[in-house]
Design a protein around this ligand. Structure first.
Ligand code: ATP
Ligand code: MG
Length: 395
């Protein structure tokens, strides 16, 4: 079957309330960016259509939806589903001709099929059931393949529009969520692990724009460890227009803390320093919240007690979108979004540095504050900010 457009569907939620136009405009922008400048995006009764660059009015050149076009649409948050389709006249005789083509090319030799019609124009002379019967009858007669209502192998979808019809076979899954840039700007604490990239993805899916900060234990870690984090950030940046990755040299602070803090409390101290530095970077860049990949109970540093002591060092809200995720759920998402393979590359993370085998699971804030009072916290942070590098990832 020929294709001359891709129908892109978004959630009903945008249709309600006063923000509808604003949301659809943001979605249209990110869809246009993701499919690439040459493709045209049109709006049609609560849908988007992606059409050929040479499209003029009703004259829509045919094309095949290649992988990069499909990937681009599948990366557009706010998109619920999409379908390569043929936009055509809605005369029943023309639909019958197309049913013959679909019968020969897609139904012959299969186990079962169905025709599923929906009408946005109730004035159309035939109702949905009648259209299903007319077209289904032709396909069955031509191929001998039986119709089946539940889970057929092939479905001919017919959507009767006001001025034409759209016919398609496949409904491909979009990522859902809200268009990027509709929910504010946040700073992701990005380690080289599995969890934090997924946490960033979850926030982007809720409409946030993301920047990232990574704490690097150089000279105790290798250049490959940095390259891995850059790769992860680059992957996340594909969902939005651009992203800043701030890389903070952290080995010096860690060595200093090792010499002045009980080993059992080191991770909690590392984290409080990370959070403070991240607050500074967020303030400099107009970002509104911090995001981490913490999941409750996953490791010693992720008990409620320790999370509370860590959070106390943050002025900005600190969100943890994976708090209730099982590792299996996080891994499944990491695979789906494509960061898993990079995340499992075997390079050390700074948080294991100098840390003894049995860290504290229930840090006490008073104790931590008491020790911190003996350190030049502001001086250490100023120094770290001074040597922070920023990498701009543009698409
Ligand atoms: P991840 O897979 O994201 O590393 P994790 O389960 O290994 O998570 P931890 O290593 O305890 O958990 O880290 C918890 C969170 O703290 C991370 O998800 C990340 O947001 C932040 N974090 C840890 N190490 C770093 C780092 N070196 N740079 C930036 N953020 C970090
Ligand atoms: Mg980690």
């Amino acid at each position: 079957m020929k294709t001359n457009a891709i129908i892109v569907r978004f959630a009903e939620i945008f249709l309600k309330g006063g923000r509808r136009q604003w949301f659809t405009a943001r979605l249209r922008e990110s869809l246009a960016r993701q499919v690439g400048g040459e493709w045209r995006v049109r709006e049609l009764h609560g849908l988007f259509l992606v059409v050929h660059p040479d499209a003029q009015g009703n004259d829509l050149p045919e094309f095949e939806m290649g992988q990069s076009l499909a990937d681009g649409i599948a990366r557009t948050f706010g998109v619920v589903s999409f379908s390569p389709c043929l936009l055509m006249t809605r005369e029943i005789s023309a639909l019958e001709e197309l049913a013959k083509v679909i019968a020969d090319e897609h139904v012959a030799g299969r186990l079962h099929f169905k025709v599923a019609t929906s009408r946005s124009d109730k004035e159309y002379p035939l109702n949905s059931v009648e259209i299903n019967q007319r077209l289904g009858g032709i396909i069955h007669l031509r191929t001998g393949v039986p119709a089946k209502m539940k889970a057929p192998e092939v479905t001919m979808h017919v959507q009767i529009l006001h001025k034409g019809a759209a016919v398609y076979l496949d409904v491909l899954e979009g990522p859902g969520g809200l268009p990027v840039g509709t929910s504010g700007k946040v700073l992701l604490l990005l380690s080289g692990g599995i969890d934090s990239p997924v946490a960033g993805y979850q926030m982007m899916r809720r409409g946030c724009t993301l920047d990232a900060v990574h704490f690097e234990a150089a000279p105790y870690t290798t250049p490959q460890a940095r390259e891995k984090v850059v790769q992860l950030a680059r992957h996340l940046s594909l969902y939005q227009q651009s992203m800043k990755l701030h890389i903070v040299p952290f080995g010096g602070i860690q060595a200093h803390l090792r010499d002045h803090v009980p080993g059992r409390l080191l991770v909690v101290f590392y984290r409080r320093f990370m959070v403070r530095i991240a607050n500074r970077i967020a303030a400099q860049n107009g970002l509104q919240a911090l995001i981490t990949g913490d999941s409750l109970g996953q490791v010693a540093s992720q008990t409620i007690e320790n999370l509370a002591v860590i959070e106390e060092a943050s002025k900005l809200p600190l969100f943890r979108p994976l708090l209730t995720f099982d590792k299996m759920e996080t891994v499944a998402l990491a695979r789906k979004m494509g960061t898993y393979k990079t995340s499992i590359l075997p390079f050390d993370d700074c948080c294991s540095l100098f840390v003894p085998p049995h860290p504290e699971t229930a840090a006490k804030l008073e104790k931590v504050l008491e020790i911190e009072a003996t350190l030049d916290v502001d001086g250490m942070i100023d120094e770290a900010i001074k040597v922070t590098e920023t990498v701009a990832l543009d698409n």
